[in-house]
Ligand binder design. Structure first.
Ligand code: NOJ
Length: 555
């Protein structure tokens, strides 16, 4: 397996709107990020993934881009961006930009031109236009995926909101323009791309109807996921852009199979470095619907993660994440954010950071930020949340109370509340009025107190990152899942040469017995890291509530 910097890195995702506001308008901005680079350096991360900062009418918080080469005023200017990039590089931190090219905003110049139609219009085929909706596809954000445009008097496809028309990747000029824009950013000196829903760019020939599912929606998956020209377009992108630079790429891939991911990340195929898969995020969902309050089964979660660890073991590379701007906070979902808040946050970090792959930390995860209980639907800002609330309470028979519980469990806004910097007003995020509610637990959960406390979650993350940086075993070692059926313990072994690790994580509030596997018996163990005071080692271990411990063995 080839060794590269991005396999040895830890990535930190910033959702700019919610990170740090430098000018008191209630919205996080680029200068705010620059002011926190020393904080990130202290944590020890190598790369920042910046969620979109481009010009946008903000229908989907910037994932609807109206100009790929301009910075949204709320976030600052291109000079502010250049300074951020420069200051990050001075600290040896790389910056990876979000690349949203499955769709643009309907306010992008390409769309404004395209909707004019006309035979000689070079932009006429930049989007997917039809006289009448050719199929029954529904948008991921509810409603039909086809919208009538009064100007062109035709329908266009939008897999997300109607303000996010899908680009027509089968049009060569679109691809060329996208590559040109990517090269422009690379020449500016950025270090890579996180590609938004990149596996939706090639739609099936003929745009066939989807089947109705028992839950009442239509399944378009087979016609939009990893479509007929998907790999070809990625290889073309590699040829035109990626292969020219030493960069990092990760493609967000909806409903991606392991076989497809092997192709996308296979080293010999010249596509992408990593994918974000959703399988482990979908654990506990029934019929593909995320709006529930179901508890996950640990055996299922382990089976999913194990499949991915094994599936990309020879070819490809995994990205490892619990949290991002689209998911509820992991400590609330997979841990226990009340009685075992600190223990479970550290346990989840251990479980993830000791696996094989590149770990991602989402802002606030390193200080144990939790889900937020909003009192009213009016407190939510996210388009997916607001649309789903309407459809599920009006058409799907959910009571408002149940839907609010589902939002508390799953809404994307759980991840988007302002970063909790200190115990002052608005968690030190802004001197103005924050664009979304601050989680009231900021007086207890905040970066300042975490930095002060040697045994904090922050310092634990710092240690995990430090350990990874110094260990080929953690980065490149093989993975083997232990006790797959156990519903409380997530344990695995890593091995490389004559070194081994045993990782034991308790996902329950009970004390549990764990027997060291035969292969590690009669070996001398050393505790590498753990979230409790060290206890004597034995081959019959007692694992305390939400305890995590990692033992190191050398032949
Ligand atoms: C995935 C992004 O992560 C999400 O935030 C966005 O809403 C959709 N893609 C559409 O761009």
């Amino acid at each position: 397996m080839k060794k590269t910097w991005w396999k040895e890195s830890v990535i930190y995702q910033i959702y700019p709107r919610s990170f740090c506001d430098s000018n008191g308008d209630g919205i996080g901005d680029l200068n705010g990020i620059t002011s926190k680079l020393d904080y990130l350096k202290e944590l020890g991360i190598d790369v920042i993934w910046l969620s979109p900062v481009y010009a946008s009418p903000l229908d989907d918080n910037g994932y609807d881009i109206s100009d790929y080469q301009a910075i949204l005023g709320d976030f600052g200017t291109m000079e502010d961006f250049d300074r951020l990039l420069d200051e990050a590089h001075k600290r040896s931190i790389r910056i990876v930009m979000d690349l949203v090219v499955n769709h643009t905003s309907d306010e992008h110049a390409w769309f404004l031109e395209s909707r004019k139609g006309g035979e000689d219009n070079p932009y006429k085929d930049y989007y997917i236009w039809r006289e009448t909706p050719p199929n029954n596809w529904e948008a991921y954000f509810q409603g039909s995926a086809w919208e009538y445009d009064k100007v062109r008097k035709m329908y266009y496809l939008h897999l997300f909101s109607k303000k996010q028309p899908d680009l027509n990747w089968d049009c060569e000029a679109v691809r060329k323009d996208v590559y040109k824009m990517m090269n422009w950013w690379m020449e500016k000196g950025i270090d890579g791309f996180r590609m938004d829903v990149i596996n939706l760019i090639s739609k099936a020939e003929g745009l066939p109807d989807g089947e109705k599912t028992p839950l009442g929606y239509t399944e378009k998956r087979d016609f939009v996921v990893c479509g007929p020209h998907f790999h070809e377009y990625l290889q073309e992108m590699d040829h035109e852009v990626l292969s020219k630079y030493d960069l990092m790429t990760v493609g967000e891939c909806i409903d991606v199979s392991i076989e497809e991911a092997q192709k996308i990340t296979g080293e010999d195929r010249h596509e992408l470095n990593m994918v974000f898969t959703f399988d482990h995020m979908d654990v506990g969902n029934e019929g593909g619907c995320k709006w529930n309050t179901n508890r996950f089964a640990l055996s299922e979660l382990k089976a999913i993660l194990n499949c991915w660890q094994m599936g990309l073991k020879e070819k490809g590379w995994n990205s490892l994440y619990w949290d991002n701007h689209d998911q509820p906070r992991a400590v609330s979902r997979f841990g226990n954010d009340e009685m075992w808040w600190e223990e479970s946050a550290k346990m989840l970090a251990t479980c993830l950071h000791m696996m094989k792959g590149t770990p991602y930390v989402f802002q606030g995860e390193e200080i144990g930020m939790t889900n937020i209980r909003m009192d009213s639907i009016d407190d939510y800002r996210d388009i997916e949340t607001l649309n789903a609330y309407k459809v599920y309470t009006e058409q799907m028979g959910y009571t408002p109370e149940h839907m609010m519980d589902c939002l508390y469990a799953k809404s994307r806004d759980n991840a988007r509340t302002p970063m909790q910097w200190d115990a002052s007003a608005n968690a030190g995020f802004t001197t103005g009025t924050p664009w979304i509610r601050v989680n009231p637990n900021y007086t207890k959960i905040n970066a300042e107190s975490q930095l002060r406390d040697e045994a904090s979650i922050f310092n634990y993350y710092k240690e995990l990152i430090h350990l990874r940086h110094g260990s080929e075993l953690i980065v490149y070692g093989e993975f083997e899942l232990l006790c797959p059926e156990d519903e409380k313990i997530f344990a695995y072994r890593r091995y490389l040469g004559d070194e081994q690790l045993l990782v034991i994580c308790n996902f329950s509030a009970d004390e549990v017995q764990f027997t060291v596997p035969d292969i590690l018996k009669e070996k001398k163990a050393e505790l590498l890291i753990g979230n409790y005071a060290e206890a004597a080692y034995s081959e019959e271990l007692t694992v305390r509530p939400y305890e995590a411990k990692v033992y190191y063995y050398k032949k």
